[in-house]
Design a protein. Structure first.
Length: 220
């Protein structure tokens, strides 16, 4: 069995570990995590926000060599080490993680948000800008601009167009949360374009790569 086949087998095995029910504990600290790249280096940022006001309370960053190539549907194996390291540097354990990538909306139903949630055992939501798997359904009554996304006849996520954005984002369960609660929290934490914890984490991780580019430019 080849290397990628072994990883696919692991995804297929771990998919049964994903829980799609809400935890009893309240959610206060929401952490958005994003990873950016410059050459063979990755830069991960984890931003913790208070759910009540969406103000950052702590930020953790890390950078290091990229240990896995970019291969569609195997993103977790490229980004998990950086995500785990950044989250572990936060002073408080997150009540909820937001990952820039899919959860259940994945060919194996086990995208990066599921991988992170199961490995870290933290409630996790996947939010992505492009659809990887599934079929868009018509919007049911009461869902507004959100459209269900189905895989093999079951709703596994929602496509939602946030304020200030013309194209949808795709929300799905990562771990230890229901899809309806995940969609609700994404709406509540989005001011413009993307959920605030992820928007700020993306800005920070990108700034780190730009700083690296400027450093290398000076060195020349």
């Amino acid at each position: 069995m080849g290397f990628l086949e072994r990883l696919r087998e692991e995804q297929n095995r771990l998919v049964a570990d994903v829980r799609e029910e809400d935890d009893d504990r309240p959610i206060k600290w929401i952490v958005g995590v994003d990873v950016s790249y410059h050459g063979d280096q990755m830069y991960a940022a984890a931003v913790s926000m208070d759910k009540s006001d969406l103000e950052p309370v702590s930020v953790a960053t890390i950078h290091g060599p990229v240990g896995f190539p970019y291969i569609p549907t195997y993103l977790a194996y490229r980004e998990f080490p950086g995500i785990e390291a950044a989250v572990s540097r936060l002073p408080d354990r997150p009540d909820l993680l937001m990952i820039d990538g899919h959860g259940r909306l994945h060919p194996t139903l086990f995208g990066i948000a599921c991988h992170v949630g199961v490995r870290l055992d933290i409630p996790t939501i996947g939010i992505a800008k492009h659809l990887l798997a599934g079929r868009l359904e018509r919007s049911p009554a009461g869902q507004g601009s959100a459209r269900p996304v189905s895989i093999q006849g079951r709703v596994q996520g929602y496509a939602w167009i946030p304020p200030g954005r013309s194209r949808p984002i795709f929300v799905s369960v990562g771990h230890r949360i229901s899809l309806e609660t995940a969609a609700k929290i994404v709406r509540e934490t989005t001011r413009q374009g993307y959920p605030e914890p992820l928007r700020v984490a993306d800005r920070i991780s990108r700034a780190l790569t730009k700083g690296e580019k400027r450093k290398k430019g000076v060195a020349r």
